[in-house]
Every structure is written in structure tokens, then in C-alpha cells.
Design a binder for this molecule. Structure first.
Ligand code: PEP
Ligand code: MN
Length: 336
């Protein structure tokens, strides 16, 4: 349930409502929207009686929340959440491009890629230092050394860094270096990791589980928000289907579905959806037409030598062309 307060309400009156909510054994969460404050009621086991709060001083209206995801849903917050990272804003109608290699392999490699994607217009640099690999014999990432290289990229280019955290044990370390903390598809329902991310003040890029429904995905975001971190960026990266012509199937329709259900920004990762370079380019164009808040694309200076995801990594010149086209498509479609 959402208790919507009158405009320009005093702090004292807000506190009185919070006390009334807490006295009934619920949790109150204030949500400032424009010049009005709303108070969300959480942790109720049964439905809440609206009349308990309707007559209280300063209360404008009481709105029932019907969805299981509360903080994430549009019932709680109508306006889009805006998340600022460096020069990028997710959720304001602009189209943010995050680009970089799958994995950090060396300082030279990522500096070279970072400079080329920055020149092409990318606003955030990506690269994994801790890699979730299907095989324990595959390259697992450079760990802390990779994070140090990423910090060098930030220092030299000014680009903020998005990098994946794989577990609670390494969270503090990754959090120290990352500007955006990525939670990968395999960890979308790692609830202790989600809770830890919820206690961070860094933005979290939450990828959709490879077989997750929209509702499961939004509930995962709810875990993060429930702990207090409101900066969640959703990322569609394809789901597992029966097809063999691509690594996964990009669920294009989930973007407008998320936009309807949630105020959180959503970006698309065409690289892990496609798994094949040529398809990545087409899907990146499609993503720009969809009303998504951005894309995340893997780019490598020598994809044929990449230690992970080479076949889906764009060559820098392909990325330049894709950027130009995405920009033109987004300009036609608009997203404001
Ligand atoms: C990645 O972004 O490098 C990655 C491992 O992605 P996903 O979790 O979507 O497979
Ligand atoms: Mn990858």
C-alpha cells in the first residue's frame, strides 16, 4: 500500500504517519517524487486496511499495491528512476552505450579498447575481472589485477567502469573499484548476493536470468531495493530457447513489458543474446528502436585472440558503424 501525502508536507507530519505505520508492525519507506512525498508500506503479511491511514493528518490518498514487487513497480513510483553514472544518465530518455571486452586480459588490451569505444561515443566501459565460466578449465579472469587495470582505464579516459561481481566473498573488493556493479544471469536469484548489492550505494546492473520470467526478474530487483539500494538498472541478455542459430534468444518484447511494470531503467545486451558478431549488430540496431535506455556491447581489438566470447565481440570499426546507426535510429524513435 502507498500512502500519498499532501504537497509541501512538514517533516513532523511525515514522521507521524511513519510512526502510525510502524505501530501496526509494518515497515515504512518514504519515496520522494517531485514536490510530494509518498510512504510505502512493506512487510505486511495480510492486506492492509486503508481506513487506518486515510483520515490521518496530511494524507491525500491511499493506493493499494496489487503487484508482488512493490518498490520496483510503477504502482509505488510512477516517474522513471534516473541513474547518473559519469556523463551517462539511465532512464531519462537518452540511449547509453556501455562497451568493452568480455574479460579484462591485460592493461594494454583494455586501454586500447577503451580509447576506441570512447571515441565512438560509449559512455561506460565494461570488462570482467571475475568471470563466470561454464568450464572450470576456461580463463576465469584476472581477479584483483583486472580491477586495478580497470581503475587505470577510468583514470586515463574518465569513463566509469561496469564490472561483474560473482559472489558475496569478493563483493567488497569489486565494490571498491566498480562504478556499476554487474550481477550476471547465473546469479540473478543468488539472494544473498542480491541482498549484499542492496546494501551498496553503487548502481547495480541486474541481468535477467537465462530462464527467468519477467516477474522473477523484477522480484530479484526487489531484493536489492528492499535493502535500500534504489539504483538498479535491468539488463535483458537473451533467454534460453530451443533455437540453434543463436546462443540465446533476445526477448525484445520484455523491454516494453518492463517499462510498463517498472520505473527502473532497462538496457539490452545483444552480445550474450546473439553469441555471433553479425547478429549482435542487427540486434543492437533493434535495441535502439525499442525504447530501451541503452545497450551493453562486447568489443575487442583482436576478437580472434580473445580469452572469452571472441565470436560475439565486435571489431572496433564495426562498433563505430553500429554506434552511428544506433544513434540515428534512436533519434527517429525518441524515448522521452
Ligand atoms: C558478461 O556480461 O560478461 C556475462 C557473463 O554476461 P551474462 O551474465 O549475461 O552471461
Ligand atoms: Mn561475455
Amino acid at each position: 500500500m502507498l500512502v500519498v501525502m499532501e504537497k509541501n508536507i512538514t517533516e513532523k507530519k511525515i514522521q507521524a504517519i511513519i510512526t502510525a505505520i510502524e505501530k501496526r508492525g509494518y515497515t515504512a519507506r518514504t519515496i520522494p517524487v517531485g514536490d510530494r512525498v509518498s510512504i510505502g508500506i512493506l512487510h505486511n503479511k495480510n492486506s492492509i486496511e486503508a481506513t487506518h491511514f486515510l483520515g490521518l493528518d496530511g494524507v491525500k490518498e491511499v493506493i493499494p499495491v496489487t503487484k508482488p514487487y512493490k518498490l520496483v513497480g510503477r504502482e509505488f513510483q510512477k516517474e522513471n528512476t534516473l541513474i547518473k553514472v559519469g556523463d551517462a544518465v539511465f532512464g531519462d530518455g537518452s540511449f547509453v552505450v556501455i562497451a568493452g571486452p568480455c574479460a579484462v586480459e591485460s592493461e594494454k588490451q583494455i586501454l586500447s579498447i577503451a580509447k576506441s569505444v570512447q571515441n565512438a561515443g560509449a559512455k561506460v566501459f565494461r570488462g570482467g575481472a571475475f568471470k563466470p565460466r561454464t568450464s572450470p578449465y576456461s580463463f576465469q579472469g584476472l581477479g584483483k589485477k583486472g580491477l586495478i587495470f580497470l581503475a587505470k582505464v577510468r583514470k586515463e579516459t574518465g569513463l566509469p567502469i561496469a564490472t561483474e561481481v560473482m559472489d558475496v566473498e569478493t563483493f567488497d573488493l569489486v565494490e571498491e573499484y566498480a562504478d556499476i556493479i554487474q550481477i550476471g544471469t547465473r546469479n540473478m536469484q543468488n539472494f544473498s548476493l542480491l541482498r549484499r548489492a542492496g546494501n551498496s550505494d553503487k548502481p547495480v546492473l541486474l541481468k535477467r536470468g537465462m530462464s527467468a520470467t519477467l516477474q522473477e526478474w523484477l522480484m530479484a530487483a526487489e531484493y536489492i531495493m528492499e535493502q535500500g539500494n534504489t539504483k538498479v538498472i535491468l539488463c535483458e541478455r537473451g533467454v534460453r530457447t530451443f533455437v540453434r542459430h543463436s546462443r540465446n534468444t533476445l526477448d525484445l518484447s520484455v523491454v516494453p513489458a518492463v517499462k510498463k511494470e517498472s520505473h527502473l531503467p532497462i538496457i539490452v545486451d545483444p552480445s550474450h543474446a546473439a553469441g555471433i558478431r553479425d547478429q549482435v549488430i542487427s540486434l543492437a540496431h533493434a535495441s535502439a528502436a525499442l525504447g530501451a535506455d541503452g545497450v551493453m556491447i562486447e568489443v575487442h581489438n583482436h576478437p580472434e585472440e580473445a580469452l572469452s566470447d571472441g565470436p560475439q565481440s565486435l571489431y572496433p570499426d564495426q562498433f563505430v558503424t553500429a554506434m552511428e546507426k544506433m544513434k540515428a535510429i534512436h533519434a527517429i524513435i525518441g524515448n522521452k
